[in-house]
Design a protein around this ligand. Sequence first.
Ligand code: UD1
Ligand code: CA
Length: 456
Amino acid sequence: MTKILTLILAAGKGTRMHSQLPKVLHKLAEKPLLQHVYDRCAELENNTITIVYGHGGDLVKDTLSHLNVNWIEQKQQLGTGHAVLQAYDAINNDDVVLILYGDVPLISQLSLRGLLATVNETTLSLLTVNLENPSGYGRIVRNQHGQVIRIVEEKDASPEQKTLHEVNTGIFAVQGGQLKKWLIQLSTDNAQQEYYLTDIIAIAVEEGCVIEVNQPECIQEVLGVNDRVQLSELERFYQITQAKALMKSGVSLKDPQRFDLRGIIKSLGTDIEIDVNVVFSGEISIGNNVSIGANTHISNSVIGDNVQILPNCIIENAIIGKFSRIGPFARIRPDTVLSDHVHIGNFVEIKKTTVGASSKINHLSYIGDACVGSNVNIGAGTITCNYDGVNKFETVIGDGAFIGSDTQLIAPVKVGAYATIGAGSTITKETPEHQLTLSRSKQVSVSGWQRPLKKT
Ligand code: UD1
Ligand code: CA
């Protein structure tokens, strides 16, 4: 089987982004552009991926060090042809070389497979597209027989060539030996005084190579990100595509334009209803019959069957048990595990806490580093004082406990099973099971007391 060498060009600065960050690290759906490209070609069989990096020094390499690729540095950015030239020694003559751009994030596997299927010793497979507004792109020049003879960059194009709507996507596949032969013939004799990779088309044609033209299924696949407007346009396209796919699979989205999936859905039940302005990040699993209220952000979490999430919640790295009800305005922080039938109400923050079945924390509480049993009722305004300024301590609350409103639990502390804590208590010691514990100053009334009066 032919070996594929994929070269992703990612050394350019991306001047038009006006950013300190190299362009290919800008994110689409919370994932760097370059990683989108990587993910799209990583699944091709028999494929080795090399990334040509340069601008921004090691930042690109360090940020994406988890990718299974070879890194080649292009110290000076002298053009796309020069970028490929840096990989010269890595190219074997019988490899098929697939060229991709780090700033063209949405290329599909289908298009790549199409290119790879049509390349051989005598052909070069080029991906082109017809754009209503072709400005900024290299134009595809064909002869009177309709055969591609060269690519002309916008800055070098004649007024007549500028009217051509078929443009170069930059993506192509070619035999390694051929590419090496043509690469060394590139020059900087052009408007930008750069080594244009696109010039190898004319060289190839001169040597009798046939340019096999493929087109992508949709235009957005091959659109490049050169500025932040284009980035936002691709983000919207990506999001609406995902939203439609979700709806087709049975999810109800109140408004597909106001839903963002910035990660992946690992598993999905049926009859899920999602209101407007909901954002999912990371890896999400959602059970059956779940409803998610407006303005809710969920990341890296598992939502069980029959869960109701009311509006304005933030749920992060958490597991929400079946039939639980969250919000409105609840914040569930990392390492929280809620069992079934748990209620977490408004203005409640929970962190690194497990909550047993049917327990309720309904109003204005902070529960952190705690282990809460089942059937526990935590009253409004209860706070676990888990932090002494240096260390964090645990609070353990037994099954069936009732914590009165406005209680401070000074951790480390334990509340026994079925204990009742009187409202307004500050609990510093373990409270016994089944008993009422309270720490409250006695209420006094002073008879005959008078309010001070203003001197006249
Ligand atoms: C390039 C093509 C153009 C095509 C367009 C498609 C050339 C000369 N032009 O133009 O025909 O229509 O892409 O999007 O190839 N890069 C390097 N090193 C360099 C220069 C660029 O690695 O020295 C990388 C960039 O990081 C980027 C890619 O190559 O990922 C394309 O570079 P860019 O400057 O954006 O080329 P365009 O002007 O868009
Ligand atoms: Ca570009």
